[in-house]
Design a protein around this ligand. Structure first.
Ligand code: GRF
Length: 205
């Protein structure tokens, strides 16, 4: 049975688009049940609507506490019977109410090889540090920022003359391949968490 994804966005939505395309092309057996944005005019909302996906906007502003916002988001995901939550450029920290509603069922994609360069502007951080290789990480979301068990990583070379913009563009191409793959891996099941490690059941022969 096709599993139900909830995708959380705040902006452009190119990773959302990559998930939509992977589903349309049969590379990912899933349905996007809802796209939720905390920003009312996030361009990704239009992408979802164009694909016939239901969208919900829940502003992070005006709540008595951050936990109230989290509870509202968790409620919307639950109401749409979501099995797995994918953060795709969602620019909010995920708090306990959401983590407890979806334990080990929230994924994030980050444009660096974690644990290098967590947080904001990871491509600029990579260039400032002078690394020769950066990349993409898809990980399970925990209470600590960009620090949950790693599901999948892909390296991306840094080349002479790179700027944060050119490096981000090269990494983004890899993100669009990596995210659908990671979601497929998680949906296949049979994995377990050992300490910090995400261990897939199937090993390659
Ligand atoms: C991506 O680089 C993603 O890794 C990071 O935020 C960016 C979102 O881009 N978390 P988009 O909205 O998916 O185009």
């Amino acid at each position: 049975m096709s599993r139900r994804l909830g995708v959380l966005i705040s902006g452009r939505g190119s990773n959302l688009q990559a998930l939509i395309r992977a589903i349309q092309e049969g590379r990912l057996d899933a349905t996007i049940a809802v796209v939720i944005s905390n920003i009312a005019d996030a361009p990704g909302l239009a992408l979802a609507q164009a694909a016939g996906i239901e969208t919900v906007t829940i502003s992070h502003k005006g709540w008595p506490s951050r936990a109230d916002f989290d509870r509202e988001v968790a409620g919307a995901l639950t109401a749409h019977q979501v099995d797995l939550v994918c953060l795709a450029g969602f620019m909010r920290l995920v708090g306990q109410p959401l983590l407890e509603a979806f334990p080990n069922r929230i994924l994030n994609i980050h444009p660096s090889l974690l644990p290098s360069f967590p947080g904001i502007e990871p491509q600029r951080q990579a260039l400032d540090h002078g690394v020769k290789v950066s990349g993409v990480t898809v990980h399970l979301v925990t209470a600590d920022l960009d620090a949950g068990p790693i599901i999948l990583q892909r390296p991306v070379p840094v080349v002479d003359g790179d700027t944060p913009v050119t490096l981000a563009a090269r990494i983004l191409e890899e993100e669009h391949r990596a995210y659908p793959e990671a979601v497929r891996l998680v949906l296949e099941g049979g994995w377990r968490i050992e300490g910090r490690r995400f261990v897939a059941l199937r090993t390659t022969a």
